[in-house]
Design a protein around this ligand. Structure first.
Ligand code: ADP
Ligand code: MG
Length: 259
C-alpha cells in the first residue's frame, strides 16, 4: 500500500473513531463523504490497472493449446470479470456521491424519453421480446432538469424493468400532468414507468431504495438509490408500487415552475 492510500485510510479511521469530536454532524458527514470518494477513486484506478494487466495476460493465452492453458485462461477471464464489477461499483458509488449542485434547463420530457427509446426499444423488441410504448399527454409543460442525470435515472428504471421480464413483456411509459388546478399551489409533471415483470413482495418493496439492496447475482443495488437522489435533487419524488407476478410501476414527479 503506498503513502497516499495509507493516509486516506488513516484519515477515514480517525473520523470514524473520533466520536468525541466537537465538529457538527453535517461537517463530519461531508468530510467523511469526501474521504470515502477519494478512497474509492483510488481503488478504482488500482483495479483499472489490475484489469488492464489481466487483459494483457489473457492475450498471451489467446489460443490455449493444453488443458492447463485453458484453465489459466478461464481463471484470467473470471478475474477480469470481477475487476470489471469492482470498477462499475466504484463508478456508481462516485456517481451517487456527486449528485449535488444541478445545472438545469427547461426540457421537453417527450424529447428526452423519445431519444431514450430510439436507443433502447429496437434491442428490447428484437433480443428481449419486450414491447415499449410511450404515451405523453398533449399539454406537458417543460421540466427543469439536468438532462444527463435525468437520463441516467430513466435508464436505471428501464434496465431494472427489462431485468424483471426475462421472458419478455410490456414496458409502458406515461407522461402526464398532476395538480395545478384551482386552489393548488404545486403543479407536477409525472412520468410512470410500468412493467409486466415478476414484481416484488411488500418486504422487498420496503427495502427498495436502500443503497446496496439487490436481489441479483450481478447487481450492486445502487441504481435506485442513485435514481432517488437524482430526482430529490430536482425537487421531485419517486415511488414504486408492485404486485408479485404482475409487475411494477415507478412514478416520478417533477415540480413545474410557475413562471
Ligand atoms: P440492482 O439492479 O443492481 O439490483 P437497483 O437499485 O437498480 O439495483 O434495484 C434494487 C432491487 O430492486 C433489485 O435487485 C430488484 O430486486 C428490485 N427491483 C428494482 N426494479 C424492479 C422492477 N422493475 N421489478 C422488480 N424488482 C425490481
Ligand atoms: Mg438496477
Amino acid at each position: 500500500m503506498d503513502g497516499k492510500l495509507r493516509t486516506l485510510l488513516v484519515s477515514v479511521e480517525d473520523i470514524i473513531m473520533s466520536g468525541e469530536s466537537t465538529d457538527t454532524p453535517s461537517h463530519q458527514y461531508s468530510e467523511l463523504a469526501e474521504l470515502a470518494g477519494g478512497f474509492i477513486h483510488e481503488i478504482k484506478n488500482r483495479v483499472g490497472t489490475l484489469s488492464l494487466n489481466l487483459q494483457l495476460l489473457g492475450e498471451d493465452f489467446e489460443t490455449p493449446e493444453t488443458q492447463r492453458e485453458r484453465r489459466s485462461l478461464d481463471r484470467i477471464l473470471r478475474l477480469q470479470g470481477e475487476c470489471q464489477k469492482l470498477v462499475d461499483l466504484a463508478s456508481d458509488f462516485l456517481r451517487f456521491a456527486r449528485v449535488q449542485d444541478l445545472t438545469t434547463e427547461p426540457t421537453s420530457l417527450d424529447t428526452v424519453v423519445t431519444r431514450m427509446l430510439d436507443f433502447l426499444a429496437p434491442t428490447a423488441r428484437e433480443q428481449k421480446n419486450i414491447e415499449i410504448g410511450w404515451f405523453p399527454a398533449n399539454d406537458l409543460p417543460p421540466v427543469h432538469i439536468q438532462r444527463d442525470l435525468f437520463e441516467q435515472c430513466l435508464l436505471n428504471l428501464m434496465l431494472n424493468a427489462e431485468e424483471a421480464m426475462p421472458e419478455g413483456g410490456t414496458l409502458t411509459l406515461i407522461g402526464r400532468c398532476d395538480g395545478g388546478k384551482s386552489g393548488e399551489v404545486e403543479k407536477w409533471v409525472c412520468l410512470e414507468v410500468i412493467d409486466t415483470g415478476h414484481g416484488m413482495s411488500p418486504q422487498q418493496l420496503a427495502k427498495l431504495f436502500r443503497p446496496f439492496h439487490t436481489t441479483k447475482t450481478n447487481g450492486n443495488g445502487l441504481g435506485l438509490a442513485i435514481s432517488r437522489k437524482i430526482i430529490a435533487a430536482h425537487g421531485g419524488t419517486i415511488e414504486a408500487q408492485s404486485e408479485p407476478g404482475r409487475g411494477t410501476k415507478f412514478t416520478i414527479r417533477l415540480p413545474v415552475r410557475m413562471i
